[in-house]
Design a protein around this ligand. Structure first.
Ligand SMILES: C[S@@+](CC[C@H](N)C(=O)[O-])C[C@H]1O[C@@H](n2cnc3c(N)ncnc32)[C@H](O)[C@@H]1O
Length: 302
């Protein structure tokens, strides 16, 4: 008779992922990483349930052998309620899109996720048609909302804008609505730039944002009046000196993507790079900053 170890794992056909579901007693919660250790999992989801919790651990569809190994570890810990399922392929993005309704951000924005069935922006608001796609910047995240809100009180008319890590392109489009004369936007993710170009076409008759996929070094020798950057500090801070020397006198930097407890660290880095903080705003666990570039002399472009 075949032992449990040599039993062929079940085959899951036409599924995207395999999920192992189980009850997770509170005293075993901290052991979950150890239970998953060394297995090719895709991640886990733990949901509190009265005093205990339940959990799902996910595997690639063709790794039912790994899912079985995990099940055996659960059994060895006498964890009950285990179940192994295949997850049917699903259009997750489509499901997300159909669930999200147009919404207001700050005092001046109206984010419309449904370009096929557009809604008019309420009076006094600019409509940004942003169809959720595989690029960050649908407008639902606090870090994007913070920067959009801070932009409302910045004078954009006739000013040029550099949008660092543009994602969906949402910030450049907002800047153009506020009167910016030029927007250059880039991202190291080429897929994001594809999305941003599609998004720009939804919003403006002609492409007025100059998008490119690549690093900051690919920028030509022009300077800007406003820089917009919603990126985690680990990605943003290494670019700071290069951003600084691409800014004009009196330029404004709007920086988001900073967790509140990272705020002092980012303020210090900005100050050391000759920026003066003029405003800070928080939302949930996120903070965003507006700073002006101190100016002594025009620096050589790096
Ligand atoms: C949090 S998203 C922001 C998207 C959009 N600007 C917004 O505010 O919603 C950060 C973006 O920065 C891009 N990124 C990360 N590191 C970068 C770098 N060194 N240079 C350019 N883009 C970068 C990512 O690919 C991502 O699209």
């Amino acid at each position: 008779m075949a032992s449990a170890d040599t039993t062929a794992p079940p085959k899951f056909n036409a599924v995207s992922f395999i999920k192992v579901f189980f009850d997770l007693p509170a005293q075993l919660e901290e052991e979950l990483p150890e239970l998953m250790d060394g297995l090719e999992t895709l991640g886990c989801h733990v949901e509190p349930n009265l005093s205990d919790a339940w959990a799902n651990v996910y595997f690639q569809a063709d790794r039912s052998d790994e899912a079985e190994r995990f099940l055996r570890r659960l059994e060895a810990r006498r964890i009950v309620g285990t179940r192994i399922d295949g997850i049917e392929p699903r259009d997750w993005m489509g499901a997300f899109r159909s669930g999200v309704r147009p919404f207001a951000v700050g005092d001046r924005w109206w984010i419309d996720p449904h370009p096929d069935t557009p809604t008019d922006a309420p009076a006094g608001r600019h409509r940004l048609a942003i169809e959720p796609r595989m690029a960050f910047g649908s407008g639902t995240h606090e870090s994007t909302q913070l920067i959009l809100e801070l932009m409302e009180s910045i004078p954009f008319a006739e000013r040029s804008v550099l949008d660092v890590g543009t994602g969906s392109g949402i910030l450049s489009l907002a800047a153009l609505h506020l009167g910016a004369c030029r927007a250059v936007a880039f991202d190291i993710d080429a897929d994001a730039i594809w999305v941003a170009r599609q998004t720009a076409r939804l919003n403006i008759a002609r492409e007025t944002v100059e998008f490119f996929a690549g690093p900051i070094e690919a920028l030509s020798g022009c300077r800007f009046d406003v820089v917009l950057c919603n990126m985690v500090p680990m990605s943003f801070l290494p670019l700071l000196s290069q951003i600084r020397c691409r800014l004009n006198e009196q330029a404004i930097a709007v920086v988001s993507g900073v967790l509140c407890d990272q705020g002092p660290w980012v303020v210090k880095a900005l100050s050391e790079n000759e920026f003066d903080i003029i405003e800070e705003r928080r939302k949930g666990e996120w903070t965003a900053l507006v700073a002006t570039r101190r100016f002594h002399e025009v620096e050589e472009l790096q």
